[in-house]
Design a protein around this ligand. Structure first.
Ligand SMILES: [Fe+2]
Length: 316
């Protein structure tokens, strides 16, 4: 039904800061649609992948998932309505801004706007990154991997899991219980397209992960972020499940952008497992309460004592 996270909608009270961070550090391309109001951020050949919209209230994040066909959009809408969600058709203006041919939207149990779309257009012009980078990974051969994943601190974990896993059909990848409960779900070979964390602090956006094709581009972003150390919410490290090596940069809206590399792909033979922790090394989470942060450090020491390592996944 859903084949990828194809774009996100970012409602921000600080549009200029977002454009600055996205272009200079992450290396995205900004194309203004309406100056001071809406900006399309590109990271590949598609017309937009992060749609920034200026707002005066609290920052918001919405997720745009693409479905395989117009029929799949009708089927998904019926399934959502049967599960009690109110699905709203899109307007021509909304479709034009996103560059999609069809779209419907609803609000998930934690209040996020979720869009199901079809026909995200390719841009008429090539992608020109904001700094010299090797590009972002959104495909593996013919397979659409989407832009990355979102990780959310759930307010109502059970209701969120029910929606994404049972209603929308995201398959479980794996789960961890320390330093907090988190479950990961996939819709394509990317290890996860959504992560739900039960931190007791939600609902809140934890992060959006974007994946570079080249390792050196993570390092250069890290160099730039180090000039303002407080902008780094999670230090350089490597995840134990998707094997992504990354760090987390605070966005102007408080939530984080995970900039990573070399996520592994999973296949039909994938087995769900209980993770020993979230990371193989690094990823010091500055935002965790001191006791949880210490627990995370101890997990890393235990994993190190076991000599746990993982191969680097090919990135094509
Ligand atoms: Fe992540």
């Amino acid at each position: 039904m859903i084949n990828a996270l194809s774009y996100v909608l970012i409602g921000t009270p600080d549009l200029p800061a977002w454009i600055q961070m996205a272009t200079t550090i992450a290396g995205l391309q900004a194309e203004e649609v309406e100056p001071g109001k809406s900006v399309r951020l590109r990271l590949d050949d598609k017309v937009q992948r992060l749609l920034l919209q200026a707002g005066t209230g609290k920052p918001t994040l919405g997720m745009g998932y693409t479905v395989t066909s117009p029929e799949a959009l009708t089927a998904a809408t019926a399934k959502l309505e049967a599960a009690g969600f109110s699905v709203t058709p899109s307007t021509a203006e909304e479709r034009a801004l996103r560059g999609v041919s069809a779209m419907a939207h609803f609000i998930d149990p934690d209040g996020y706007r979720v869009e199901l779309a079809h026909g995200l257009q390719s841009a008429a012009t090539p992608f020109v990154p904001g700094r010299p980078i090797g590009g972002f990974r959104t495909r593996a051969g013919d397979i659409d991997l989407g832009i990355g994943h979102t990780a959310l601190m759930a307010g109502d974990f059970a209701a969120m899991k029910h929606l994404y896993h049972e209603v929308l059909g995201f398959a479980m990848s794996d789960r961890a219980t320390a330093p907090f409960v988190a479950e990961f779900f996939h819709v394509n070979p990317r290890h996860h397209t959504i992560g739900l964390a039960d931190t007791g602090t939600g609902p809140g956006v934890y992060h959006l992960m974007l994946e570079y094709k080249e390792w050196d581009d993570v390092g250069r972003a890290y160099d730039m972020a180090l000039e303002q150390p407080e902008s780094i919410g999670v230090s350089l490290g490597r995840h134990s499940n998707d094997h992504v090596t990354s760090f987390y940069l605070r966005t102007p809206d408080g939530w984080m952008l995970e900039l990573g590399w070399a996520g592994r792909l999973i296949g039909k033979d994938w087995q769900i497992s209980e993770l020993p922790g979230m990371s193989l090394w690094g990823h010091d989470r500055t935002w965790l309460p001191p006791a949880k942060r210490e627990q995370a450090r101890q997990i890393l020491k235990d994993i190190a004592a076991q000599g746990l390592r993982a191969p680097i996944a090919p990135t094509e």
